[in-house]
Design a protein around this ligand. Structure first.
Ligand SMILES: Nc1ncnc2c1ncn2[C@@H]1O[C@H](COP(=O)(O)OP(=O)(O)OP(=O)(O)O)[C@@H](O)[C@H]1O
Length: 269
């Protein structure tokens, strides 16, 4: 096994000194305070931290769904707005958000058909092939209600790949699944990502999940939301179910939990 990090010289995601507050003057709350980070092309970065520390807000700022008050974000060298217009950003939400009256294949095709004119000439992936590579080849003509939660989430991930985005932002995509199923989905995602390297920002509450998937783990602190620590994972890839049983994995688990305890304790001072 080898440790491999793929950087092809492209800038990836750059977040520079981003701040964001919500609320009116008297009750204004700073949710992100001077957050800076970068994700190289082909790098997998997870964000973990206590509830309310601004993980989802950070993800939304990077995905162009929320505008930062201060600071800047660039995706592959361009502004978030033009990256979003150019379909460079793939988003996987917490719940699969599939349309129940459309088949799985039609759900994954939907982004291609919504604005056919604007999408003309854009590089796209074949929805059937994508679904097959996520193990859903036999389910393409089924409706979402006929699929398990894990299968629905895989379809949502496949949908995020149709425009072959440069970056993928994923907001706790496996949080609604039971642990066994969740683990299967993680390994499935890793297998696909290994041969389709994107810059990934992955929000999670699970320490083992963050370690298993990531090259780096960003630990956030709350009130205001900020980066407290960055932990390099460095486990060899490809990672498999056996990776959980290694001493290196357990050491990392201890380090990440200690970092989380650190930010929780400071929050109570
Ligand atoms: N649109 C909004 N308007 C007002 N407040 C908001 C808005 N979006 C988020 N917040 C507040 O910002 C803070 C951070 O929210 P965010 O969802 O980013 O945290 P999180 O770390 O993802 O939390 P969790 O782990 O519980 O999902 C919370 O206090 C939340 O109530």
């Amino acid at each position: 096994m080898t440790t491999q990090t793929v950087h092809d010289g492209r800038p990836g995601v750059r977040v520079d000194n981003v701040s964001k507050s919500f609320g009116a003057n008297g009750s204004r709350v700073t949710v992100l305070d001077g957050v800076s980070l970068s994700i190289g092309m082909g790098e997998f970065v997870s964000v973990i931290g206590p509830s309310g520390c601004g993980k989802s807000t950070l993800l939304k700022v990077i995905a162009g769904l929320v505008e930062a008050d201060e600071g800047s974000v660039t995706i592959d060298g361009t502004s978030v707005r033009s990256a979003a217009d150019g379909k460079l950003i793939g988003l996987v939400p917490q719940s699969p958000a599939l349309l129940p009256w459309r088949t799985v294949l039609d759900n994954v095709r939907l982004p291609l058909t919504v604005n056919r004119k604007a999408n003309a000439g854009r590089a796209v992936r074949d929805p059937e092939e994508l679904l097959a590579s996520f193990g859903l080849g036999a389910a393409i003509h089924k409706y979402p209600g006929q699929l398990s939660g894990g299968m629905q989430q895989r379809a949502a991930i496949a949908r995020a790949f149709v425009f072959d985005p440069s970056i993928l932002v994923m907001d706790e995509p496996f949080s609604a699944l039971d642990e066994m199923n969740r683990d299967q989905q993680r390994l499935g995602l890793l297998e696909f990502w290994n041969s389709n390297r994107k810059a990934v920002l992955f929000v999670t509450h699970s320490v083992p999940e963050a370690i298993m998937l990531s090259d780096r783990i960003i630990v956030m602190a709350a009130h205001p939301g900020r980066i407290a620590e960055v932990i390099d994972v460095g486990l060899p890839r490809p990672r498999t179910a056996e990776t959980y049983d290694t001493a290196e994995f357990r050491d990392l688990e201890r380090d990440v939990r200690a970092a989380l305890h650190g930010v929780m304790e400071k929050a109570h001072v």
